[in-house]
Ligand binder design. Structure first.
Ligand code: IPM
Ligand code: MG
Length: 357
């Protein structure tokens, strides 16, 4: 049966990078019997400019109906002064929340060809393969109450609430343990249990869930130490599981180990593996419209979509191998370029991946 994919290019470099991923999907439709239909719609600032909101209800409904969503990026200078309730980021957060996409998988994998593109020494990052499992629909991103209020003395006070219920921790822990079982069976749970009660409980719940996975070696690490260990000795990690905000921060950090945030894909899944797929990077408004962006994180996200939501593991592998081939050919966008390589544009990179398929 034909599966439906909703494409939400978004803002900044979003349209350029998703166009390359769509190119690759179209090629697979032609040559590999990929049976999908694609429809595009607006999200983020692009949606705000047309609808006055960063995600129209009709688009939300399409996302519910689709088998998978592929998203570019949201945000940009143009919308930074808008009220926080209608900022581009709210469109993305609404999609995540209303689709119940609590499990965000962010694999930080170093392609050996890019070892010299990392700012760390090649021997520190060679062979790196970390999976960050980030809780995506709870924590301080969504906790109530939140806001900015005026105190009796006239001073303003900003406040957010960091909250997790046991069930939320349990379900993300299960996702992380199951992922670890398929990999090297090592799980690091990242918290700040020495200061924050919410993560003290997080640690206790992870310990309980661990009993169901006796083969997995579990470690708990404070987030400050985890940030340091990621640059000191990143290969000690296999799967990392953490809350929404720590995961946001650590995944950006981990991406740089792989050479560039332009390489980091992500899948955000619900209970039934229905998902939204997006690069982990932002909309990079400084280079938008210049055909300079690295489309590989989005193309790799499309590969994750084939794997988790469209039942085509074979085509996911095919895309990953094609990317490896293109890197072997020495083709690089600016962010991953190093001496001796050929610099290509965003669309040339997409074309090269198509050719390598
Ligand atoms: C990410 C991004 C988003 C987040 C922003 C754009 C809301 O940084 O996906 O990591 O904070 O989750
Ligand atoms: Mg982020």
């Amino acid at each position: 049966m034909t599966k439906s994919v909703l494409i939400l290019p978004g803002d900044g470099i979003g349209p350029e990078i998703t166009a390359e991923a769509v190119k690759i999907l179209n090629k697979l439709v032609e040559t590999d019997g990929l049976d999908i239909s694609m429809e595009e719609d607006l999200v983020g600032g692009a949606a705000y400019d047309v609808h006055g909101v960063p995600l129209a209800d009709a688009t939300m409904e399409k996302a519910h109906q689709a088998d998978a969503v592929l998203l570019g990026a949201v945000g940009g200078y143009k919308w930074e002064s808008l009220d926080i309730s209608v900022r581009p980021e709210k469109g993305l957060l609404r999609l995540r929340k209303e689709m119940g996409l609590f499990a965000n998988l962010r694999p930080a994998v170093l392609y050996p060809q890019l070892a010299s593109a990392s700012t760390l020494k090649p021997e520190i990052v060679a062979g790196l393969d970390i999976l960050i499992v980030r809780e995506l629909t709870g924590g301080i991103y969504f906790g109530q109450p939140r806001g900015i209020r005026v105190l009796d003395n006239g001073e303003r006070q900003g406040y957010n609430t960091y909250v997790y219920s046991e069930s939320e921790v349990k379900r993300i822990a299960h996702v992380a343990f199951q992922a670890a079982m398929k990999r090297n069976k090592k799980l690091t749970s990242v918290d700040k249990a020495n200061v924050l009660e919410v993560t003290e409980m997080w640690r206790e719940v992870v310990e309980e869930v661990a009993k169901e996975y006796p083969e997995v070696e579990v470690k708990h690490m404070y987030v400050d130490n985890a940030a340091m260990q990621l640059v000191l000795n990143p290969k000690q990690f296999d799967v990392m599981v953490t809350g929404n905000m720590f995961g946001d921060i650590l995944s950006d950090e981990a991406s740089m180990l792989t050479g560039s945030i332009g390489m980091l894909a992500s899948a955000s899944l619900d209970e039934n593996n229905k998902g939204m797929y997006e690069p982990s990077h932002g909309s990079a408004p400084d280079i938008a419209g210049q055909n300079k962006a690295n489309p590989l994180a989005t193309i790799l996200s499309a590969a994750m979509m084939l794997r988790y939501s469209l039942g085509r593991e074979d085509l996911a592998v095919k895309i990953e191998e094609a990317i490896s081939k293109v890197l072997d050919q020495g083709l690089r966008t600016g962010d991953i370029w190093s001496e001796g390589c050929t610099q290509v544009t965003c669309s040339e990179m997409g074309d090269a991946v198509v050719a390598a398929l």
